[in-house]
Design a protein around this ligand. Sequence first.
Ligand code: SER
Length: 614
Amino acid sequence: MTAAELLNKYIKFFEDRGHKRIAGAPLIPQNDPTTLFTSSGMQPLIPYLMGEIHPEGTRLVDAQNSFRAVDIEEIGDNRHTTFFRMLGNWSLGDYFKKEEIPWLYEFLTNQQSGLGIDPTKLHFTVFKGFEDIPQDNEAYQIWEEVLQKAGVENYKNRLHWYGVEKNWWSRAGTPDKMPAGEIGGPDTEVFYDFGDETVHKKSQWGKQPCHVNCDCGRYLEIANSVFMQYKKTADGKFEKLPKQNVDFGGGLERLLGAVEGQIDMFQTSLFKPTIDIIERQTDKDYQTYKSSFRIIADHLGASCLIIVNGIKPANKDQGYILRRLLRRAFDNFNLLGGKDILPVLETIVDQYAETDPIVKVQYEEIKNTILEEMQKYERTRHEATRFIEKKYQQPLHDGDTREISADDAFVLYTTHGLSPTQIKSLGYSFDNKIFAHKMEEHQKLSRSGAEKKFRGGLADHSEKTIMGHTATHLMHQALRDVLGNQVHQSGSNITSERIRFDFNFDRKLTEDEIKHVEEIVNGKITENLPVHFELIPTQEAYKMGAIGLFMETYSEKSKIYFIGDISKNYKDAYSIEFCGGPHVDFTGVLKSFKIIKQENLGANLKRLYAIVGK
Ligand code: SER
């Protein structure tokens, strides 16, 4: 069974049970600055789990392309991938545990309608309760009935209780970590036992007893049905959601591992061709260099899927993650003495094309982006070496390791964007402790910068800064008028001196374009348009085409600023934007607007500086 066949089987299984298939959301969330990537099937469905009516009904099924940047450093073991497809079936206040559990069991074990997995390899876990939230006896009993009916011997040995650390699901983790307003619930999970005890002994948990939900890798979590039924309140309690929902998530790649009885996901039919071609391109053998092989296969695959979502390597946000993935893949490919990376890329694209044909259609784009980044990385490494050689005035010979100061290593990190491992791969060593200390200081600084950013991008609330804020909205819309609607803001910082505005765009603006933007904004200033906000249901605001950073992702209503007279029709507004404010009352107050500088922040990220009121 291929990954695509497995996916189709799952969709059909739930379609046959009254579910409507819905399209997965884009890998890069639209208008949601709270997260860089879609990281689970649940993320795009949150408004509906919270009670919004879904246009397709109350039983849905989908496959969601997901990416988890937090897992980048975990890649290298037998089961983590940054990019994965999450299969999901959803009950939005429709069916609940007594339907979900038997269906799940049938899908996993039935030879015809499902995957035909041997039940004696499976274990099931249930929530044992936490404070006021009761133990899930209902789910336990349903599992008992299902397993008994299926004739599974000693089925009680296959049922296990776990607490909030393991059998509670919310995006924020355990109940205590959930912010007010966040939703979550107990879950029941299914694990596949590969039966290889040596895995545990060899792992870092080897000295403790192995158990079903152990992280050693012997057991693989293949399915998770969340009974999404609680919302955290402002006083830290849990109230029932208006409807009881089911949120099932199962990783396609892991399910394939279970179907193939393959403990190493990178040896399943989905990854094996890629591993084989890396062996050929490096003349190294997978068994000896597993971790590097897995990093190359995972990171290049994830990069392809990110690139087809319009992201280019850059120094910020998604572009930065893409850059890290690619450079880490290159490092490992070079480490293995890899020759040509293109055959590897072609194989990966062929593997993913079955489920995501777009990777084939956009192969040229993927290839060019990756080759370009490879050259840029080479240049960066070269410049970094020159910087050090000049400073220390001695060329480094092959095989030498030179001790450089932690300060200089830090310059390579901040200005050349090289990670400590990458600096070491250039042949330099440095004091790790001092470097780590500098890194901590640096992170503290950027955190305080980020806090400022969350005050709506305003450094203060002076009259001049507020004027700059309104000018930003005008400029945002004017940029879209001149450059196209694909332009959107990715950050802003406004002081009483100047406006700084970041947005996605793939080239420098011409002088004419800059002039055109200025003219439009100045025109709107001359028209002296009214500026005001309204609280509007979030979904409606979307429909109106409101733009901007979407700060109140999960609230029902959002604050929307309109520039223009909308007494007859909201379409008369020049700008409609999600925003917390504050703004001036009339654009005439701004007097004039001028762009004073542009900067290139990355391949698809530009920055403009502008002034108002002169
Ligand atoms: N929300 C759960 C998860 O992401 C199940 O979909 O794992």
